[in-house]
Design a protein around this ligand. Structure first.
Ligand code: FPP
Length: 244
């Protein structure tokens, strides 16, 4: 079945509100094709476009993609520079199309270490998209779940010291609102490609009740059909939130 037929099978009452994706396997894809790792990333960027388009067509509200983690700095300088440039260049290329399609784009992650890598046009154009109410696309850049929690603890400590909040009043909702993902609902479904079954420091606080969907497919080969299949599979699951 092609993805258009699969989209028709979606039950919109049980649509996941937020899907988050760990895009893994670009390097292995490159190995399998006897080419350089950076070519794997380039192919991976094409998959991002395909999946964002499909998410819009399927009527998804929130999509978060793990583009660059706080651990990715440990890769070779050449690969890091290539990845950062590829992510920005892809956004420069796509941003007008995204805006026309009512997509609301945000970066989540630590701004530290990245000042120079952010493209000013992209940052400014993203701001103009914040009134859009179609797909909310969150690009996780220099993102680490533990770094996010540490940053939140620091902000909360400052606010306790200045008397803005009381320590006794801290609850789930308050912590959530100090995260990079403040006001973004927790992910209902987390997809990871390439056969690895780990969270790898992604959305550590937000994933406590997420459903997981793993596939052996390497990210550059991840298809529109498989993406919709993950949604259909999610719709058959019973979520218990620890109550039963
Ligand atoms: C994992 O593959 C992938 C990444 C670390 C980067 C993901 C980035 C892209 C897909 C580039 C485009 C992004 C945007 C937002 C346009 P890996 O290198 O860890 O693969 P391996 O585990 O097989 O070595």
């Amino acid at each position: 079945m092609n993805y258009k037929e699969l989209i028709k099978m979606i039950n919109h009452e049980r649509m996941p509100k937020h899907i988050a994706i760990i895009m893994d396997g670009n390097g292995r894809w490159a190995d399998e094709h006897n080419t350089k790792r950076v070519i794997g990333h380039k192919e991976g960027a094409k998959t991002v476009r395909r999946i964002v388009e499909t998410a819009v067509e399927a009527g998804l509200k929130y999509l978060t993609i793990y583009a660059f983690s706080t651990e990715n700095w440990q890769r070779s300088k050449q690969e890091v520079n290539y990845l950062l440039k590829l992510i920005m260049d892809s956004l420069v290329k796509e941003i007008d199309d995204l805006i026309t399609n009512n997509v609301n784009i945000r970066f989540i992650g630590s701004k530290k270490e990245l000042e120079k890598s952010y493209n000013k046009k992209v940052l400014n154009t993203c701001k103009t998209s914040w009134n859009n109410d179609g797909l909310h696309l969150n690009v996780a850049m220099n993102y680490g779940g533990r770094r996010e929690l540490i940053d939140a603890f620091k902000l909360m400590s400052d606010d306790i010291i200045s008397g803005k909040i009381e320590a006794e009043r801290i609850d789930d909702e308050m912590v959530s609102n100090y995260l990079y993902t403040a006001y973004i609902p927790d992910p209902d479904l987390i997809i990871r490609t390439s056969g690895e079954k780990r969270l790898s420091n992604f959305l550590v606080w937000q994933s406590v009740y997420s459903e997981f969907w793993f596939t052996k497919t390497l990210w550059p080969d991840f298809s529109r059909e498989e993406f919709i299949q993950s949604i259909l599979d999610f719709q058959n699951r019973k979520r218990r939130y620890g109550t039963r």
